[in-house]
Design a protein around this ligand. Sequence first.
Ligand SMILES: N[C@@H](CCC(=O)N[C@@H](CS)C(=O)NCC(=O)O)C(=O)O
Length: 100
Amino acid sequence: MKLYICWGTFQTPRPGGHPCANAHDALVEAGWAPKVKKTYGWGVLGDALNPTRKPVRELTGKNWVPVLVTDDGETIEGSQKIVEWATANPAAGAEAATAT
Ligand SMILES: N[C@@H](CCC(=O)N[C@@H](CS)C(=O)NCC(=O)O)C(=O)O
């Protein structure tokens, strides 16, 4: 799976936490090891000045991260939805399901 984030998965003092860190932490806690794609940038600068967010725009039409692409090719936008997905889809459960 791939997780597109901004500059890193560090926490910040932002209320509710840093969305990219929250998404990454939830996936790791669920047993996943996502390939982290740093897209840097700052959406308010516009598309031309955010070339590294191009894959994100192609997936969602927006400059916002985090965005998760699961191993099934599903695109999930936003930290809250990624956290919900991680909770509902623990990696150990997925492995157990395919092993039987
Ligand atoms: N509600 C969103 C907020 C995500 C958010 O604030 N993302 C930041 C990066 S941490 C972002 O993409 N900002 C737009 C920008 O960088 O221009 C979520 O929780 O996923």
